[in-house]
Write a protein that binds this ligand. Structure first.
Ligand code: 5AD
Ligand code: SF4
Length: 436
């Protein structure tokens, strides 16, 4: 009996899928790489932007005829299941879906599948209250080198464009001892790199007098974990103690993902982001002053309702000033039930896409420029494996997440090695192993 999981969306969903896989393996299923020969197909969905919905419905359509042949059980979970209109649409137009579960009752999936098999009845169970945190779910990790560690669930911020607070509920933090236990176990299994996940990691609340900075400091003490990344902090909650913890720790990565969303204070207000352009730029300067060599990546939404040409120029201005390593760009997409849906001044698609292209051009030219500074430097590179296109070449990533290809012995895989960078190729670097 085989399972196939289709994961959409962010790293939090990826981590949830690792738990789904762990539970299915415990039930006796094996992984397969194609839905065509699977007995169970699970869609772990995302609804942050509109196009994901069409993708899911397309994929469900493709499975309709195969389902009968394999006696297949089709399950839909994740963020989209938390939206009533999606569940209704599945019930009406895709009534061959067997199980619908939400983000708060992931741990109930095995029970729901079992009920589906035994009672031969559709199982639909989506909770709209915040789920409890269930520790120690089995997990089948997708990588043996870098691991995802969710530290908190949900979000309290209600940015006006965002659906997440509605689909993931309010903020709930895992206990520090549970997180530290997981990281220690990862270290003992040979993991070198972890990524701490949450919708808003710097409002992590591990109890009285224990915040995100305490967690970073404690994780930094764990022997064996060389690289700690986190995603995503909110600029309004980036406190001095977190900056100090980053500066003083040896393992916390000095590339910080700091979502900007817009460079215009007017738009930021409409977005309910609770910071201004100046606050963001000052924060970047403050972090730069305390953390030598730090760099930034960001998320930007283009074409939010009410965004004027002047507002958009403010976004370009911040991109130029901060000199991001990488910009993840999104065209604003209306989400049902959010405050922004009801705002005036929705931007025509054409203007949105022209602005998107202008931002992309600027960001691409800055990325191309920023990679040049690596040539001639020595970088610590975590070796991930053989290059997909050439088995004689190894590939890895710098601490700042740049891909580096180099010729080296296979026993370097999984280790962090010093590489002298010899050339840049826009999206990756080439180099040689430094011999002491
Ligand atoms: N439209 C476009 N982009 C969005 N994001 C979140 N909601 C929307 C939306 N409605 C983007 C934000 C966020 C990233 C994960 O997705 O930039 O940081
Ligand atoms: Fe959405 Fe804002 Fe929460 Fe991020 S902080 S998940 S953008 S509401």
């Amino acid at each position: 009996m085989k399972y196939f999981i289709n994961t959409m969306g962010c790293k939090l969903n990826e981590n949830d899928s690792e738990k789904i896989a762990g539970m299915l393996i415990e039930m006796g299923y094996e992984e397969t790489t194609s839905p065509l020969d699977a007995n169970i197909v699970v869609f772990n969905t995302c609804c942050i932007r509109e196009n994901a919905e069409e993708k899911l419905f397309g994929k469900l359509g493709e499975l309709k005829n195969i389902k009968a042949k394999n006696n297949m059980i089709i399950c839909v979970g994740g963020c989209m299941s938390q939206e009533e209109h999606v569940v209704e649409k599945i019930k009406q137009s895709y009534n061959y879906v067997d199980v619908i579960f939400g983000t708060h009752n992931l741990h109930k999936l095995p029970e729901m599948i079992q009920n589906r098999i035994e009672e031969n009845k559709k199982q639909i169970d989506v909770w709209d209250i915040d789920g409890i945190i269930v520790e120690d779910l089995p997990m089948k990790r997708t990588s043996e080198k870098n691991a995802l560690v969710t530290i908190m669930y949900g979000c309290n911020n209600f940015c006006s464009y965002c659906i997440v607070p509605y689909t993931r509920g309010r903020e709930r933090s895992r206990k520090p001892e549970d997180i530290l236990k997981e990281v220690r176990e990862l270290a003992s299994k040979g993991y070198k790199e972890i990524m701490l996940l949450g919708q808003n990691v710097n409002s992590y609340n591990g109890g009285e007098n224990y915040n995100f900075s305490n967690l970073l400091r404690d994780i930094d003490k764990i022997e064996g974990i060389d690289i700690v990344r986190f995603m995503s902090p909110h600029p309004k909650d980036f406190t001095d103690d977190v900056i100090d913890a980053i500066a003083e720790s040896k393992s916390v990565c000095k590339v910080i993902h700091l979502p900007l969303q817009s460079g215009s204070s007017n738009v930021l207000k409409l977005m309910n982001r609770k910071y201004t352009k100046e606050h963001y730029l000052n924060l970047v300067e403050k972090i730069r002053a305390k953390v030598p060599g730090v760099s930034f990546t960001t998320d930007i939404i283009v074409g939010f309702p009410g965004e004027t040409e002047e507002d958009f120029e403010d976004t370009l201005d911040v991109v130029r000033k901060v000199d991001f390593e990488q910009v993840f760009m999104f065209i604003y997409s209306v989400r049902k039930g959010t405050v922004a849906e009801r705002m005036d001044g929705h931007i025509p698609e054409e203007t949105k896409s022209t602005r998107f292209n202008r931002l992309k051009e600027l960001a691409d030219s800055m990325t191309a420029e920023s990679i040049k500074k690596y040539v001639g430097t020595v970088q610590k590179v975590l070796v991930e494996g053989e290059s997909k296109t050439n088995p004689d070449v190894l590939t890895g990533r710098t601490r700042s997440n740049k891909i580096v290809n180099f010729v080296g012995d296979k026993n370097l895989i999984g280790k962090e090695v010093d590489i002298e960078i010899t050339s840049e190729h826009v999206w990756y670097l080439k180099g040689n192993v430094v011999i002491d």
